[in-house]
Design a protein around this ligand. Structure first.
Ligand code: F6R
Length: 560
């Protein structure tokens, strides 16, 4: 979470950083701030989004860096907003990550009489650095050893020199004709030569020169600008654009998969654990159904946030981690445990240069294109597509897919979905029950999450048959229950529908809003989830909420 961005070069650094931070705002939007150099660092800060920051600096500076925050240590207020300055004003810094021993260090510093003005672990880093003695590079080296936890840091010294260090959290430098750019997210960087920092690197930037102070060889590689992915085009929100991007993402993922030797990966294994968090976990549940019921593999799914691996892993056992960002801390923690116990990892991710992509033994890249809305939509669909594709491929040696037809069907389907009258019925509800069975239940877990996170409606996904075992007590004449039935067997749901109707509640069958019966059964989950994504999007609009930036959340959860 949080985004950090810096610039040193011939352009107006404040503008460059402001512009860079807009690409990172999806990583956190509680508050933001920029430090720019003008005979010492000056700082602008604001609560909320970047629109609330002064749109230019008082003077044109050539060195600046900034931060967009998702609060972890300390509430959202100006004092807790980055950049943070050390008590003696020697250092200014921005930080992404969490310092685990911050409280201990802070107590020791307070005992020495060092003042603190925020509740953040970042101010602890700044003050600790200022109290260390010796040459700056030695002090930074020492700082690195003293800090526990994860961090990527841009540290500005009062002389105008910039220092970069990182552990676990990502940080990148890009060299271009315009100057040097620093970002926690590769895709926010323009064309140029890229270096992704490694743990233990200490890098200094002075007068447009990048100098490795640690034993590092800075090997730059060519980077192509992906910033165009940060534009919304004709859409008002990223979320809606991304739902409409789904067919293209699936087509691109298919062409990518066709070039991989997937059968070869699976040949080595007969047991699988699927791991992910949130939406990615929900796609694991679909994957589990495909791989266990269709391919008949031994499969189980686990929430990465609730998984502990403490035994040696058998050679025939593959762990498949699904993570859109490849940066989710709970997944990284499990990935480390898997590696420690000699296990193999297949990562399904949308971010090929992410932290987990560097840890995985095998990779499958979903080609959804950058996803910026906090709610995952198109990446979920491409993950489900990957599982459907893999299970078909393994099951049937002659498997061929008419991808053009699938893409065209999806394009037409999305354009035809009408949810307005249902959205009007749902927008003022404070709770909502969703019922289905088998694979539909797995889909409803995802549908429920979308409506909870974007619309702040308390949602209860249920196996249809479970309703009468307790939850039926919630039904009254104001209740609306959403049902989903992508199979041809309607009997069970009809019974439940009667039970709800007789208590005055109404059941809306979402699969009847738009005909999905003619689509290939294996890819139907993709068709089935999209109406729910659109329902959650339009409810947010009706409630005057910003669907791209739900409260309290940020895109990638890089803290455990
Ligand atoms: C919800 C959502 C989250 C993420 C979860 C895992 O819409 O996006 O539940 O799915 O935080 O993120 P990744 O896939 O980046 O590991």
């Amino acid at each position: 979470m949080c985004g950090i961005y810096g610039y040193i070069g011939k352009n107006d650094a404040y503008q460059e950083v402001l512009c860079g931070l807009t690409c990172l705002q999806y990583r956190g939007y509680d508050s933001c701030g920029i430090a720019y150099f003008d005979d010492g660092f000056k700082i602008n800060k604001a609560i909320g989004t970047l629109d609330n920051l002064p749109q230019c600096s008082e003077v044109v500076s050539n060195i600046a860096f900034g931060h967009t925050r998702w609060a972890t240590n300390g509430e959202v207020n100006i004092n807790n907003t980055h950049p943070h300055i050390s008590f003696d004003k020697e250092f200014v810094l921005v930080h992404n990550g969490i310092i685990k021993n911050a409280d201990t260090i802070k107590r020791e510093l307070i005992d020495k009489g060092i003042p603190f003005y925020s509740d953040t672990d970042t101010e602890v880093i700044a003050n600790l650095l200022s109290t260390l003695t010796g040459r700056i590079e030695k002090r930074i080296e020492r700082l690195y050893k003293l800090l526990e936890g994860s961090f990527s840091l841009i540290i500005g010294h009062k002389s105008g020199k910039i220092y970069l260090i990182k552990r676990f959290s990502p940080l990148n430098i890009l060299k271009s004709d315009d100057g040097i750019y620093i970002s926690s997210d590769v895709s926010s960087l323009k064309d140029g030569l890229l270096y992704t920092l490694k743990d233990n690197d200490i890098i200094m930037i002075e007068k447009n020169e990048i100098i490795a102070l640690s034993n590092t060889k800075i090997n730059f590689k060519i980077h192509e600008n992906k910033i165009k992915e940060f534009t919304m085009g004709k859409f008002k929100h990223y979320m809606l654009k991304e739902i409409f991007d789904t067919p293209k993402g699936i087509e691109n993922t298919y062409y990518y998969l066709e070039k991989q030797n997937i059968r070869k990966i699976f040949k080595h294994f007969s047991e699988f654990t699927l791991l992910g968090c949130g939406t990615a976990y929900h796609s694991c549940l679909i994957g589990e159904i495909y791989l266990s019921k269709i391919v008949r593999y031994k499969v189980n799914s686990c929430l990465a946030s609730n998984c502990e691996i403490s035994k040696k892993i058998k050679r025939n056992h593959l762990h498949i981690i699904v993570s859109q960002s490849g940066e989710t801390a709970d997944c990284i923690k499990v990935a480390e445990q898997i590696k420690k116990h000699n296990g193999k990892i297949l990562l399904i991710t949308n971010e090929p240069s992410s932290t987990m992509a560097r840890m995985a033994d095998y990779k499958i890249i979903t080609k959804a294109g950058k996803e910026l809305a906090v709610a995952s939509t198109k990446t979920y669909c491409t993950q489900v597509f990957v599982f459907a594709y893999i299970s078909q491929l393994i099951l049937n040696k002659r498997f061929r897919l008419d991808i053009q037809k699938l893409k065209n069907d999806l394009d037409k389907y999305i354009a035809k979905i009408k949810v307005n009258s249902l959205v009007n019925k749902l927008k003022d509800k404070d709770k909502l029950i969703l019922i289905g069975k088998d694979i539909d239940y797995a889909l409803l877990l995802e549908a429920s999450l979308k409506i909870r996170e974007i619309d702040y409606i308390y949602t209860i996904p249920m196996y249809a048959g479970e309703l009468k075992h307790g939850t039926l007590s919630l039904i009254d004449k104001d209740s609306i229950v959403l049902s989903l039935n992508t199979s041809n067997d309607k009997t069970k749901l009809d019974i439940v529908k009667n039970e709800i109707n007789s208590r005055g509640g109404e059941v809306v069958a979402v699969d009847e809003l738009i005909d999905m019966s003619k689509f290939n059964q294996y890819f139907k989950p993709i068709f089935a989830i999209i109406p729910f994504q659109l329902i959650s999007y339009y409810i947010a609009l009706k409630k005057g909420l910003n669907p791209d930036m739900p409260r309290n959340l940020a895109k990638s959860v890089t803290v455990e």
